[in-house]
Design a protein around this ligand. Structure first.
Ligand SMILES: [Zn+2]
Ligand SMILES: [Zn+2]
Length: 130
């Protein structure tokens, strides 16, 4: 790889991670791409997807699919879940629900060793209820 290509790659990765760090809910690739354009980071969509794959493999970002027909990405920030509004499509983080207790309960009652879970809440957000 040429030095120029190397710097471009590093710059792209840095920019993607910074964008994801500034978000407080999972965002799609198009959203990330818009930010890259605003920051004048010139990478193409294929490179963006490679960067997202790279960070997902590294365990630095999480990849989600919320029945929207597209993927969303979020910086790994511990155990939490998402609230998805079926009216406007907004997504919000929710911390501290008692899933860990439920996991222990399942293991105890069903003798099933829970290793991971996937849980989203679908409904109507506060502003869509007005
Ligand atoms: Zn809404
Ligand atoms: Zn989240």
């Amino acid at each position: 790889m040429s030095l120029n290509a190397y710097f471009k790659k590093t710059k792209g990765r840095d920019a993607v991670i910074k964008i994801l760090q500034s978000e407080d809910a999972p965002v799609d690739a198009a959203h990330i791409y818009e930010h890259l354009v605003k920051k004048h980071v010139s990478i193409n969509q294929a490179t963006l997807y490679r960067i997202l794959d790279f960070f997902t493999d590294q365990g630095m970002i999480d990849r989600f699919e919320f029945q929207e027909g597209k993927q969303r990405f979020e910086i790994v920030r511990g155990d939490h879940h998402h609230l998805i509004c079926e009216m406007c499509g907004c997504i919000e983080d929710i911390e501290d629900c008692n899933i860990k207790d439920l996991e222990k309960d399942i293991t105890k009652k069903k003798k099933f060793l829970v290793k991971r879970h996937s849980l989203e809440f679908y409904g109507v957000c506060q502003s869509c209820q007005r």
